[in-house]
Design a protein around this ligand. Sequence first.
Ligand code: HEC
Length: 232
Amino acid sequence: MKYAIGAILGVALFAWLFSLCSPAGKNKTGHEYFPDMAHPVSYEANLYSAYDWNHWDKDNLKKTAELSQPKGKVAGTVPRGYTGVYYNGAAELDKVRGKNAANAIAAPVNGQAPFYYENTEEERLRCEQEMTVNPFPVTKESLEKAKPLYDIYCGICHGEKGDGQGWLVSMTDSKYPAQPKNLIADDMKAAGEGRYYFAIMYGKNVMGSYADKLSFEERWQVIHYIRSLQAK
Ligand code: HEC
């Protein structure tokens, strides 16, 4: 009898011990026969999956954390086929879009423009004072293009109306740690274009940068769109 109970307990113990390793759940990968099954050794954009059994971090000069960050272009360069343009009448825009006979090669105006401001409070103010004009014309099409960009990248926090009541903060049991700026309040109505552009380039405190998500033209279109929300 004693042995029988011992045997049953032994089997149960083994079964329990095995069950500990296997089931995959929310943030658990479950059983991994090889350390790279659920944790890739390759590095993947915007995905940081550190794992002790992968020795990448120990053996390489660049850390996976660094490699998984979004990357920009090489400083001081403009990727081929991209251009930034300072709006100076529709004719100028048409020229880079290849609609002008003198320059039949189109360069998409969704491109690159240098940004020389550092990420500091003084530079934030300087940027607001110096960048006073949105270089793109406000058109019906550009507002239509900007709406989904705004809703996806900004509205989740700042709200579809711009009132700072986005889903992340307004949903029940929200744990979002900071109040997103109310973009349609008077201080933001009075704020210069550069303050918006700077916020997109560098973010602010808990808000991250959206420079790698929005192109040069898209950033300015989103700013036009925010202005249109303010006008409502
Ligand atoms: C994950 C949430 C989140 C998203 C997404 C987000 N923001 Fe923010 N944003 C914040 C928070 C929080 C603040 C307030 C930061 C502070 O003052 O500490 C803020 C502040 C700002 C400010 C004010 C900066 C200043 O100078 O005071 C602007 C402008 C802004 N956001 C624009 C945007 C735009 C444009 C987008 C989309 C490209 C965007 N935000 C996306 C959370 C977010």
